[in-house]
Unconditional design. Structure first.
Length: 456
């Protein structure tokens, strides 16, 4: 039996569902790219879990009470106490979202030709590294690429690979080591506390700063509580604080586990580095006590961080993701196993085995799902992570997935059943789905604005 949601609904938004003919017209007008659809034309939106959460009455209440001020708003000091209490950091800067934190971080630390090792870079992190002339390097464990492996911590960094990479490159060429928790690119898979410690110790032994990409830190902490020996009786808050204790800094998109629509943080322990971050963020984002946000947003972020480490909330959150995954597995839909913490990833290679990656099977699957049912997922495959060789030929991504990211506290179990049923219907006629040709894409983060056309 499913546990009931630990909240009640106080406000609703009516949804409209276009006819299939209308949806086919809309996706054609969008260049077969779901990013270009209007949200009002989407029935169930699983494009992202970023900035799409439903806020609590307590968050909204805190926003109303907040004093708006250019400098020194009370909301800054409220957030400061929460960051110190739950994340264990005294120094941070406020930014408008996670990629802005990455921009400040890499603008400060990277120079042309540097390398940034990570378990797996997500698209914006990868793009920010490349934009500064650096080279993102993925060193995740091999199990991450085995879709059927039920390894508990498939998001782990491969410590041996990391050590060998540091030995191969000069330390001067590696200004930072990052670890993404949970590993979004690899299916929302968690990283163990043991692995976080090992990466931290290795980084310290070489004098390299170690930063967490902590967008989904509490979901990762929940996995540690459920799967790692010695943590079963500890609170998610306590586990979270221990994870952060091993890091020299962190990036955080509050649009995920701040449970808000906008906002982010860049935390650091070193005072001199904090001063550099702060001075640059004043240019790029805003004065340190508002960071490019309305002050009320900071109050919502602070309250959201308090709520996200509550076990009752995390239990509900993981149950929703697991429920959708189980429904798809019952229908023999190929997904990344086990289910991650924020999304279910459908393996387009196995779903559409006859479409070569050069013809973007995950993108084709995503557009067909919208046409079939009005559901918007997102491609995380060759459009998002593929590269071009020197002659302009496509180098396929290692993984070819359609991500179904579940917004927090937004959809019901009935709506997830509709999602699973729609994908099942699509799977039964998968032989009719054709690949796509990409007709346009910018160099960095090209999948956001890319355009496609169906193959004849």
């Amino acid at each position: 039996m499913k546990r009931p949601e630990p909240f009640k609904i106080k406000m609703i938004k009516n949804l409209k569902r276009l006819s299939k003919d209308e949806r086919e017209k809309k996706i054609e007008e969008a260049g077969y790219n779901v990013f270009k659809l209007r949200s009002e034309d989407v029935f169930i939106d699983l494009l992202t879990d970023s900035g799409t959460s439903a806020m609590s009455d307590q968050q909204v209440s805190e926003m109303v009470k907040t004093e708006q001020a250019y400098a020194g708003s009370d909301s800054y000091y409220i957030l400061e106490e929460v960051v110190k209490d739950i994340l264990g950091f005294d120094r941070f800067v406020i930014v408008h979202q996670g990629r802005a934190a990455e921009n400040v971080l890499f603008s400060t630390l990277l120079k042309e030709g540097d390398y940034v090792p990570n378990n797996m870079h997500f698209d914006t992190t990868k793009a920010n590294v490349k934009h500064k002339g650096g080279e993102p390097v993925n060193l995740v464990v091999e199990e991450a690429y085995d879709m059927d492996s039920n390894t508990d911590f498939k998001g782990n960094m491969d410590i041996q690979k990391l050590e060998e990479f540091i030995q191969e490159k000069s330390i001067e060429k590696i200004p930072i080591i990052m670890l993404t928790i949970t590993n979004n690119t690899g299916g929302g898979q968690p990283v163990s506390m043991e692995n976080i410690k090992e990466v931290s110790e290795l980084a310290k032994s070489h004098g390299i700063p170690f930063f967490l990409d902590a967008c989904r830190f509490a979901e990762n902490a929940y996995f540690i509580k459920k799967r790692e020996n010695g943590y079963e009786d500890r609170s998610i808050k306590d586990i979270s604080k221990e994870m952060f204790s091993y890091a020299d800094g962190f990036t955080f998109s509050a649009k995920k586990e701040g449970l808000v629509n906008i906002g982010g943080l860049l935390g650091v322990r070193d005072e001199k580095l904090h001063e550099k971050f702060k001075n640059l963020s004043i240019i790029l984002e805003g004065f340190p006590t508002y960071g490019g946000l309305a002050c009320r947003e900071l109050s919502a972020v602070a309250q959201g961080i308090i709520e996200v480490v509550q076990e009752e909330y995390q239990t509900y959150r993981h149950q929703q993701v697991g429920y959708l995954a189980d429904l798809l597995l019952e229908g023999n839909i190929p997904i990344i196993e086990p289910a991650g913490g924020h999304a279910v990833f459908v393996d387009a290679k196995r779903f559409l085995p006859d479409i070569p990656q050069e013809n973007f099977p995950a993108q084709a699957l995503t557009t067909e799902l919208y046409k079939e049912s009005g559901i918007r997922g997102v491609e995380l495959g060759t459009s998002a992570f593929g590269e071009l060789d020197g002659e302009g030929n496509i180098i396929p991504a290692q993984m070819e997935n359609m991500r179904l990211a579940i917004p927090r506290r937004v959809y019901t179990f009935n709506q997830l059943e509709y999602v699973a049923h729609s994908i099942q219907k699509l799977y039964e006629k998968r032989d009719e789905i054709k690949g796509l040709e990409r007709t346009y894409a910018p160099k960095l983060l090209g999948h956001f604005m890319a355009e496609f056309k169906p193959l004849e």
